[in-house]
Design a protein around this ligand. Structure first.
Ligand code: UD1
Length: 426
């Protein structure tokens, strides 16, 4: 299994370029199911979850070509025939976002069999609401042998009020609604930029959608969608991770190719920690000299502080003077990184959904274990300032969502190397 070896102590200097958003690319790839024509996606990141989604679509009969390098991360998908509309457990168990194919499959073929996702490191992550609202649109859903089977003649428009805000839930139902008969109104929707990105692709495919990016989305169903070409948004979580890398190392880092408007809550928090930013178009220059100050955060849905940045922020909080109270409101068990940070010398106490970090404590290198995608990023950040050589095990978690993170970090001065096979460069 791959490991990262990181020697801490270098300030990050220079420019790092941000890749396309994995969490936009995943639903956009699923949206290709909605048409027999070709969908071309640009700026698709070369990460393991995208490869998993390629396998998933290919296993259903789709033609998927992931192009990297000179092909500029362009992906071609044609779902002319979906001979086997099944999301198999072997694939779903490695990537919970596989449940995103449920809505488009049933909308396009009237039949979907999707393995129920199990638990995951950060909590239960049920898809009960996806099921409930698809039923409201007329799908008959049964469950056997660990699979959900959904059938319908044609989905019908419905009025849906999300009991809980769900990102992939909003996306799944949006993809169902675009081919449904009549109007669907969804209230209390997720407002994440990834939802807006998906809606832009669907609109380019001929869907009639209003309100994406707000909490109420209205869709007029159409009979058919056509092919389209779409460029995926920059990854706000990758950008946020590099911004924290610049700040925690006391560097001077330009994070380019990002969308600063998607990073409001993070930038505001970091400003109160004493980090300075200059924003110029799609580039954020991060500078941090001297002492970082503690600040409290509470994770909430967009546009609030993202749960996907909580672990990385905690690494920074260990290096800030004072007490930072970090409250995780979205997932029940998203503090897997805490024990590893404590092993590196952090002073953190967990009480239910709250972690109290007392800083600044010097961090010392240790052998640590990655438990999930963002927890791994947090450990890389801690390792960048730790005294000595940290060895991170199970970096396949990080390869799920960060494109060549070790190369990007090395490019701006970090001492990091991989032991084992480089994902995407066999
Ligand atoms: C997406 C992101 C993930 C991010 C999360 C929250 C993708 C591929 N993943 O995950 O990176 O951390 O949003 O921003 O985009 N819930 C239910 N029932 C449901 C659906 C959700 O109870 O049917 C609950 C979840 O358990 C969780 C909360 O709603 O407590 C939010 O989860 P959700 O927004 O659905 O997360 P994902 O879409 O899985």
């Amino acid at each position: 299994m791959d490991k990262f070896v990181v020697r801490g102590g270098n300030p990050l200097l220079g420019t790092v370029r941000i890749s396309g958003a994995k969490n936009s690319a995943l639903p956009c790839m699923a949206a290709a199911i909605l048409t027999e024509d070709e969908v071309i996606l640009e700026n698709v990141p070369q990460v393991r979850d995208i490869e998993t989604e390629r396998k998933l679509l290919a296993s259903m009969g789709a033609e998927v070509e992931l192009g990297y390098g000179r092909a500029q991360h362009r992906t071609h998908i044609r779902c002319a025939i979906l001979s086997d509309p099944v999301a198999k457990y072997e694939i779903v168990k490695t990537m919970r976002a596989s449940s995103l194919v449920l809505g488009p499959l049933i909308a396009r073929t009237g039949l979907a069999r999707v393995a129920m996702p199990g638990g995951c490191a950060i909590g239960g992550r049920p898809i009960d609401l996806h099921i409930k609202y698809l039923e409201k649109m007329g799908a008959q859903i049964t469950q056997d042998h660990g699979y959900l089977e959904a059938r319908t003649e044609r989905l019908k428009g419905a009025h849906i009020i999300w009991e809980k805000i769900s990102v992939t839930g909003t996306e799944d139902l949006l993809m169902a609604a675009v081919l449904a008969d009549g109007e669907t109104v969804m209230e209390n929707c997720a407002r994440e930029p990834e939802v807006t990105d998906l809606a832009a692709l669907l609109t380019a495919m001929g869907a009639k959608i209003q309100g994406a990016g707000t909490s109420t989305i209205t869709v007029q169903g159409v009979a058919k969608l056509h092919g389209a070409r779409h460029r995926i948004n920059p990854d706000r979580i990758e950008a946020g991770t590099f911004i924290i890398a610049g700040a925690i190392t006391g560097g001077d880092l330009k994070v380019s190719g990002c969308d600063p408007s998607h990073l409001g809550a993070l930038l505001e928090t970091l400003r109160s920690c004493g980090v300075r930013f200059d924003i110029n178009g799609d580039t954020i220059r991060v500078r941090s000299e001297g002492t970082l100050k503690a600040a409290d955060i509470t994770t909430v849905e967009y546009p609030g502080f993202p749960t996907d940045m909580q672990a990385q922020y905690m690494a920074l909080a260990t290096q800030a003077e004072g007490t930072s109270v970090i409250t995780e409101n979205i997932f029940e068990n998203r503090f897997m990184h805490v024990q590893e940070l404590i092993r590196m010398g952090a002073n953190i106490r967990i009480d239910g959904r709250t972690a109290t970090v007392r800083g600044k404590t010097p961090l010392s290198a240790a052998a640590v274990m990655c438990s999930d995608l963002r927890a791994s990023a947090s450990l890389v950040l801690a390792a960048l300032v730790a005294d000595g050589e940290t060895i991170l095990d199970r970096v396949y978690h990080i390869d799920r969502g960060y494109e060549h993170i070790e190369e990007k970090l090395r490019g701006v001065g970090a001492q990091i190397r991989r032991m084992g096979e480089v994902f995407g460069k066999k």
